[in-house]
Design a protein around this ligand. Structure first.
Ligand code: ATP
Length: 364
């Protein structure tokens, strides 16, 4: 439904040329919720704006459905209003002087081909019903709460009945609690409508909870593209692993390669680790990443062949849902997240273990 092929964007600024997007290629399937995630300045908004026709790519080809909307090589550039897209931005761009009804009706009244009033009424009411704002039609838009205004912006995107909806940090003006509630509401609504979504955010929780697939961008390039589970469990680099949550990192050497019939072993600065990813050779140097929640205290249920790492609890922080402990291993540390009722104290000698499937081998 969305096809972006080898997109490059160069800006000329007073500091010289900024190569903001460097060869980005993305394919989003019909009905898929796709998220571009990355730190400020990585080029995600510029990519989205090129798709919308609000920015002019230096190179590349973009198609929406069966229509090529941009092709630098062929000089094709379809104007924004002719693209089959709806957009929801961080600043909701609510018209403060209009009622809720007129805000939603606005895109229909702007259409080149006039939409009959009865049709406007039908579509606006339908869109407001979907976002649960029925009954608010005659209220001035500024008299809605932040969450309601966000839903109003969505209704305005829906009313156009576009196949693709683009979101640029649409929840960042909401407070934390409302943002958490709205995430799933928004995703479910987009799914129910069968729309294809491209969603830009710098919030990893938002990306993980909402997306079918996530692309993590860094300095104009896609660093990794995968499902949220895969990107969390199998990050390809330190950058991706740390952007998408907390992680322990170590360098090591494979002493026994993993095979189809058994786990392998890696000698690391923490001690030995079992691992399960196949395709690495003996003596190969590797970087490993382990999430804190996967560093556990050894107990009676720990399989006998899982290597144990002995250390001392150096620090404990109570985080409500868990205890974050720093386990000192002499030359290095391991961060672990334990159940808040765990009986540990600073100074305790502990054996920690990491299951083979929880060891990610980094590619870069
Ligand atoms: P944010 O989350 O802060 O919006 P982003 O990942 O969306 O960041 P972009 O807004 O796409 O990043 O910007 C990418 C790079 O391009 C940045 O270095 C930015 O300063 C630069 N840039 C964006 N627009 C322009 C412009 N019109 N002129 C010059 N440089 C620009």
């Amino acid at each position: 439904m969305i096809e972006i092929d080898n997109l490059h964007v160069r800006f000329n600024s007073d500091k010289g040329e900024v190569h903001a997007v460097r060869g980005v290629s993305i394919n989003v399937a019909q009905g898929e919720f796709y998220t571009l995630l990355g730190p400020s300045g990585c080029g995600k908004t510029t990519t989205l704006r090129c798709l919308a026709g609000l920015e002019s790519p230096s190179e590349g080809r973009i198609a929406v459905g069966d229509t090529v909307v941009h092709d630098s090589a062929k000089g094709i550039s379809v104007p924004t209003f002719k693209r089959d897209l709806a957009m929801v931005f961080q600043s909701y761009a609510i018209w403060p002087h209009l009622t809720v009804f007129e805000n939603v009706a606005f895109p229909l009244r702007e259409m080149k081909q006039k939409v009959a009033e009865a049709e406007v009424e039908r579509r606006v009411k339908g869109a407001l019903e979907l976002v649960q704002l029925s009954g608010y039609e005659s209220r001035p838009a500024p008299f809605l709460s932040g969450g309601q205004q966000q839903r109003l912006a969505l209704a305005r995107a829906i009313v156009r009945e576009a196949s693709v909806v683009l979101f640029d940090e649409p929840l960042s003006n909401l407070d934390a609690k409302l943002r958490a509630e709205t995430r799933l509401e928004l995703r479910n609504l987009v799914k129910r409508l069968g729309m294809t979504a491209l969603y830009v955010t710098h919030d990893q929780t938002e990306a993980l909870t909402m997306a079918d697939r996530v692309a993590i961008m860094r300095e104009g390039v896609i660093a990794q593209e995968a499902t949220p589970t895969e990107i969390y469990k199998r990050p390809v680099s330190r950058f991706v692993a740390s952007f998408i949550g907390q992680c322990n990192f170590a360098e090591g050497k494979i002493t026994q390669p993993a095979t189809a019939s058994g786990n392998g072993l890696i000698e690391t600065e923490w001690g030995n680790l079992a691992y399960s990813t196949q395709g690495r050779d003996a003596k190969e140097e590797v970087s490993v990443a382990v999430r804190p929640e996967n560093v556990r205290l050894a107990d009676a249920t720990t399989p006998a062949d899982t290597p144990r790492i002995t250390g001392k609890v150096a620090d404990i922080v109570f985080l409500g849902e868990c205890l974050e402990c720093k386990v000192s291993l002499g030359q290095s540390d391991l961060i672990t997240r334990l159940h808040p009722s765990s009986a540990v104290a600073v100074g305790d000698a502990v054996d920690v273990v990491v299951m083979a499937d929880d060891v990610a081998l980094l590619a870069v």
